[in-house]
Ligand binder design. Structure first.
Ligand code: NDP
Ligand SMILES: Nc1nc2c(ncn2[C@@H]2O[C@H](COP(=O)(O)O)[C@@H](O)[C@H]2O)c(=O)[nH]1
Length: 481
């Protein structure tokens, strides 16, 4: 990447823009978005280890499209083990349906449907699909009505060998909204909508060496770090993220050394170890020297963060990523740009600055697949509640086994928001809708730069510094002025 004019101060994503280059890349479909962080996932996107965002539903959904989610450090190791098992057991092609029995009440069925984006539940008897409940058909029924009384039985069932393209054509020609995939014994495997069929043809899943979906897990720096890392690797974690607010501290360096020692003792597979957060070249070099394969960059840019207001510490994220990526590259390592992403352009700019992948939290909190329950405000808009991992709420959670005195002491140090509303975008309510939005934007950024992949993009991008009115000029206008 090069600057049009060298900047005189540190920059945020909003402070910068890219200019187009002469390009020989004539189609956005020709761009390869494989991450350049060594983990080499098909998409350079990571879901942040935040309790309100990243769980097994999020993990399997994004992995099917090529990204990876990190399960938060605050969950007990056995619970994380179960989440990993569920992700590893999920089908790589077909979406996991909401399953109910014929006797599940309509009330329960309607509360489960928003947990996935398909907008329906499959009614299953002896593992075989017997019907589908759609909210429209159940509307007006008593909440204690049973699923079999309101289900539709006009199922489009397909064998798992059917290709996504065949499913797309079958569904669009028959004006149906979902295909139900069954195995040779007629047991339910998964579902596919026309949009899902299109995506299955466009995206490559992020898989482990056994062909199962990938998932990462975070580890804190306190307690039995090596023991947790050992159990997470046993459970099948594909990435370990050693995570704390102040990553450039000695406790982090020893935790990181413990985790990499556990990882290196295993001959069968070298799982990447990520560590952070830092915002300086020196911090990056120290984490690389302590064994990090990938360094996580960002102090204070996150939507749930109060760190900069509380402490004055942090750094504008574009400059932090640029400096840390350069330092990491010199050590043969990579960085993840963590936090502060609100638009596809921010991801493109982080990748232009040299990030191997980009971590997103709050934006994905407002989707069907995040962990929280779907709520509705007084005006009828759907939202999910989110909170920061250093908020009083998260600290209370994390310290629930400590003494009252220790809990009260820990609660003094909150650095995050305990409650926020992340509204679902009516046009993009599912995380896959956001992945479509992001990847189409980033593919286009690459072709404007003349880059076929993200290595070329980080080399070729030409970045300028803009005023706030420059940024404002680029925002769409939805009504007249
Ligand atoms: N990217 C960012 O800007 C930030 C991210 N976070 C996220 O919040 C989550 C919780 O992290 P964390 O608060 O580190 O919690 P942890 O429970 O992991 O504890 C952090 C440990 O580091 C010590 N520590 C020393 N200095 C600091 C400091 N300035 N801030 C925090 N801890 C410090 C703490 O000791 P003691 O409590 O005795 O001081 C404690 O032992 C993580 O997921 C992290 O990524 C949190 C804040 C900023
Ligand atoms: N200072 C704090 N940072 C936090 C907290 N919870 C999470 N985070 C960081 O934010 C990113 C995600 O950023 P987003 O803009 O996409 O939401 C996450 O990975 C953490 O590094 C917090 O309570 N305080």
């Amino acid at each position: 990447m090069r600057f049009l004019t060298p900047p005189v101060h540190d920059l945020t994503y909003n402070d910068v823009f890219m200019v187009p280059n002469r390009s020989a890349v004539t189609s956005r479909h020709d761009v390869d978005l494989t991450s350049t962080d060594g983990a080499a996932t098909p998409l350079p996107l990571v879901v942040a280890n935040m309790t309100a965002v990243s769980g097994r539903r999020m993990a399997e959904t994004v992995a099917r499209r090529g990204a990876v989610a990190i399960i938060p450090q605050d969950l007990p190791t056995d619970v994380v083990g179960e989440a990993i098992a569920r992700v590893k057991g999920a089908d790589v092609v077909f979406d996991t349906p909401v399953r109910v029995s014929p006797h599940t009440t309509v009330g329960e069925t309607l509360s489960l449907i928003p947990k996935r984006s398909h907008g329906l539940a499959v009614v299953v008897e002896d593992s075989r699909p017997v019907g589908v409940v759609r909210p429209g058909a159940a509307a007006g029924s008593d909440r204690f009505t049973q699923a079999h009384e309101v289900m539709g039985t006009d199922l489009v069932t397909v064998p798992t060998s059917t290709t996504p393209r065949e499913i797309f054509e079958l569904l669009t020609s028959s004006h149906q909204d979902v295909a139900v995939a069954v195995d040779d014994d007629g047991r339910l495997v998964g579902v596919m909508t026309p949009r899902g069929a299109l995506r299955a043809g466009l995206y490559t899943p992020a898989t482990d060496p056994s062909g199962r979906l990938q998932v990462g897990v975070a580890v804190g720096i306190n307690g039995d770090v090596a023991g947790r890392a050992e159990r997470l690797l046993d459970a099948g974690a594909d990435l370990l993220v050693v995570d704390t607010a102040h990553g450039h501290q000695e406790k982090m360096l020893s935790a990181l050394a413990a985790v990499t020692a556990v990882r290196d003792a295993r001959a069968e597979r070298r799982v990447p170890v990520v560590a952070g957060n830092v915002v300086t070249a020196e911090g990056t070099r120290d984490l690389a020297a302590a064994g990090a394969d990938i360094v996580k960059v960002g102090v204070g840019p996150g939507a749930m963060c109060t760190t900069r207001m509380q402490t004055g510490v942090g750094r504008p994220q574009f400059s932090a990523v640029l400096e840390c990526a350069e330092a990491a590259r010199a050590e043969g390592r990579a960085v993840w740009a963590d936090g502060g992403v609100k638009h596809p352009r921010d991801i493109a700019l982080a990748l232009a600055a040299g990030a191997g992948s980009v971590m997103i939290g709050s934006w994905f909190a407002g989707t069907h697949e995040s962990t929280g329950d779907l709520l509705t405000d007084a005006s009828g808009r759907s939202y999910k509640e989110s909170f920061g991992m250093a908020s009083a709420r998260a600290v209370r959670n994390r310290t629930k086994d400590s003494s009252g005195y220790e809990r009260a002491r820990a609660a003094l140090f909150e650095e995050g928001i305990s409650s926020s509303r992340m509204y679902l975008d009516p046009d993009r309510p599912g995380v896959e809708d956001l992945l479509d939005f992001i990847t189409s934007g980033v593919r286009s950024s690459c072709t404007y730069a003349g880059a076929r992949d993200l290595t070329e993009f980080a080399e070729l991008a030409v970045v300028g510094v803009q005023s706030s009115s420059g940024y404002e000029e680029g925002r769409p206008v939805h009504s007249s002025w």
